[in-house]
Design a protein around this ligand. Structure first.
Ligand SMILES: [Zn+2]
Length: 339
């Protein structure tokens, strides 16, 4: 008779979630949804502070707040200073039309980003990356590819000038994306020869070959719920080298949902971690202060992202994976004070 031995759980069911620490490298904390606004209408009270409390319980020790435009970068910096986080400064490809419509034109917009970086390069709540910038060919109705390419290229100069890493976004645009990076000196070692400092291709949803090419160029790969939707993507995640992986949520976007390939791996999440990473949420209409809102992703879910990566690499203990991503994040963005 065959003897069936149950697999030994890798983490005890009652483990304290604070034992595992995270830095969420992609949080859109400027999104009005964290203040109760859903699709432009106030649906419930501002519950940003309550959400940040949940993040602490889930082991999220710090965050890098995404700046998606000149205006949003200023807001991200303000929040970063208030809560002792970090921010990025740049313009998202879907909003790159703002360069052209800006008073004074594209040069003035770039100069304004430049000035904002110069003024916030040190201290609490500082800028730690240029971005979010890149190419998004899934959403060319917001901004044409030619517009996106021109203003992506322009922002790369800021990374060289200030020796900052890049916070990059690439959607259905891999060939043009790597071509521009190579032409601007980022083809090797993340552009260190031209004064830059590498960076992360965040929310990576591309193929394994694309991830490998980006890592060979010296870039890190950021994974979140959007990177784990399909079986093919899970295969891609397995190819990410340990020294190149970074965790993020892209909150309030990119939730891990029950229809995604990631779901099967989340089923084994110990109860105490599940309670911290995915606290029970209510619909916006039935809002209760202190509880998350359905459909709004929160940085607490970063532990779920890490757990899926752990289940894809079952030989590596969960703590080793979370600590590796922590060290990668501190190293890339120069967050030495978090050690
Ligand atoms: Zn993005």
């Amino acid at each position: 008779m065959p003897v069936i031995v149950a697999a030994r759980p890798t983490v005890a069911a009652t483990v304290d979630p604070k034992q595992f620490r995270f830095i969420d490298i992609g949080v859109n904390l400027t999104d009005p949804i964290f203040r109760g606004y859903h699709h432009g209408r106030q649906k419930h009270d501002d519950d940003l502070e309550a959400m940040l409390e949940r993040c602490k319980v889930a082991g999220v020790r710090s965050m890098i707040l995404t700046g998606g435009s000149l205006h949003e970068s200023k807001e991200a910096l303000e929040l970063a200073k208030k809560y002792n986080f970090y921010a990025t400064i740049g313009c998202h490809p879907t909003r790159s039309g703002q360069f052209d419509s800006f008073k004074g034109g594209p040069e003035a917009y770039l100069a304004a980003l430049d000035k904002l970086i110069e003024e916030n390069i040190q201290g609490t709540g500082r800028v730690v990356a240029v971005g979010e910038c890149g190419l998004d060919y899934d959403r060319t109705h917001f901004s044409r590819p030619e517009t996106q390419k021109k203003h992506f290229r322009a922002q790369l100069s800021l990374a060289k000038k200030y020796h900052l890493p890049l916070f990059l976004h690439s959607r259905a645009a891999h060939a043009d994306f790597v071509q521009i990076l190579r032409e601007e000196g980022f083809g090797e070692d993340g552009g260190r020869a031209v004064g830059a400092k590498g960076g992360v291709v965040h929310s990576h949803t591309g193929t394994a070959d694309e991830a490998i090419e980006l890592m060979d160029m010296g870039f890190h790969i950021g994974v979140n719920g959007c990177s784990m939707k399909t079986a093919e993507q899970l295969t891609m995640i397995k190819t990410i080298r340990p020294e190149k992986i970074l965790f993020e949520t892209d909150a309030p976007w990119c939730s891990l949902t029950s229809t995604h390939a990631s779901k099967q791996h989340l089923d084994s999440l110990p109860a105490s971690l599940r309670a911290a990473y995915f606290p029970l949420a209510t619909r916006p209409e039935a809002f209760v202060y202190g509880k998350p809102v359905k459909g709004r992703n929160e940085p607490t879910a970063i532990g779920g992202v890490a757990w899926v990566v752990h289940k894809l690499n079952p030989d590596i203990p969960f703590e080793k994976i979370t600590e590796k991503a922590w060290k990668n994040t501190v190293g890339l963005f120069g967050l030495e004070e978090l050690q």
